[in-house]
Ligand binder design. Structure first.
Ligand code: NCD
Length: 348
């Protein structure tokens, strides 16, 4: 690991050896949970403390982090709407806020930030570890860890995979972080499916070139499905579309209507394949509230990943969400203690 303090800021810093230890420990924790062996889990980080600050909305990440900490015996508190409820609204810098939180001596601070790459500079000033729970259109390293854990559980390997990543690749931090991760294992091939203006950023593509990962870019999803081991869907992030209020719906519709995953698309995929999505997904016609320069605008969502897919055994997205709890438990243990307990030493 690159840093002295065990900050988790991006996926580049995480190596396969680390993932192997983490996943082993996560699996062991899952077995304890299943057996309702809660005492042993509760002793792992008993009386340690976690703070969490979420400057952007979250359900899965916030709940699973809090629950992971509670399962390990930690004490937890945080702000779920930090952009409004923290003193940022009084002009306080985020660095000041973190320095104050650090002075209360927590063992870890989990933060969902609203600026890409906003956390590295803050982390440099802190000796309490911080974990990036998503930073704007930047990265989402803990999602990438649970995505990898899901792939390993579902398909039994992390290498030699044909991965089709589709949707809003420009803003989608989960897709960005996953691409970095896939580049760490040999033989993976990635197809990025999006119209040119929504395609994956050059920073990721340059990284994949350096790592000799075979990737392609296309706007056409259907021909890619027959060879896919994994279809990874990235929702269209209406809240990050940079367009005048009057054009927002049209810009959103341009792409969201184009990549719909229904049982008809699943029928084109191999029997042994999976569909992943970090979620949330929007229902057809749901109201999406988007902030624009001209004030808040409400647009109508288009269904992208159909609920009709949910009963297909290849639909892995709810299992994927559940894995977030286990992976975050194992991660918190490592960040707070610098090692895992005996049943999952990193060498095994
Ligand atoms: C993602 C996120 O917030 O980046 N959700 C999550 O953490 N599970 C994906 C998204 O918002 O589209």
């Amino acid at each position: 690991m690159a840093t002295q303090t065990r900050h988790i800021i991006d996926t580049q810093q995480l190596e396969p050896e680390f993932m192997a230890g983490l996943f082993k420990r996560a699996k062991w924790m899952g077995e304890r949970l299943k057996a309702r062996d809660l005492e042993e889990l509760d002793s792992i980080l008993r009386l340690r403390r976690m703070f969490s600050l979420f400057y952007e909305p979250s359900t899965r990440t916030r709940f699973s982090f809090a629950e992971a900490a509670i399962m390990l015996g930690m004490r937890v508190q945080g702000s779920e709407n930090a952009a409004e409820f923290s003193s940022r609204s009084k002009g306080e810098s985020d660095l000041d806020a973190f320095l104050v939180l650090e002075s209360y001596a927590p063992d870890v601070i989990v933060v969902r930030h609203d600026a890409a790459d906003g956390l590295a500079a803050i982390a440099e000033r802190l000796s309490v570890p911080i974990i990036n729970a998503g930073d704007g259109s930047g990265q989402h390293p803990t999602q990438a860890l649970l995505d990898l854990y899901t792939i390993q559980n579902e398909l039994g390997r992390l290498r030699d995979l044909q991965v089709v990543v589709v949707g809003d690749l420009k803003h989608g931090r989960t897709a960005r972080s996953l691409a970095y991760m896939l580049g760490k294992y040999p033989g993976n091939r990635i197809t990025f499916v999006a119209p040119p203006e929504w395609q994956m950023g050059d920073d990721i593509l340059d990284y994949l070139k350096r790592k000799n990962v075979v990737y392609r870019q296309t706007a056409d999803m259907v021909p890619e499905l027959k060879d896919a081991d994994i279809l990874y869907y990235k929702r269209i992030e209406a809240e990050r579309i940079n367009a005048p209020a009057a054009q927002l719906q049209q810009r959103y519709d341009e792409i969201s209507g184009r990549y719909r995953i229904t049982p008809a698309e699943l029928a084109l995929m191999p029997k042994r394949s999976i569909v992943m999505d970090a979620l949330p997904r929007a229902a057809e016609g749901a109201e999406l509230k988007v902030k624009t320069a001209a004030g808040p605008v409400t647009i109508k969502a288009r269904m992208q990943l159909s609920p009709e897919c949910d009963t297909d055994p290849r639909a892995a997205y709810f299992r994927q969400a559940g894995n977030g709890l286990l992976v975050r438990m194992a991660l918190l243990e490592w960040v707070v203690k610098g090692e895992w307990g005996a049943p999952a030493s990193i060498s095994g």
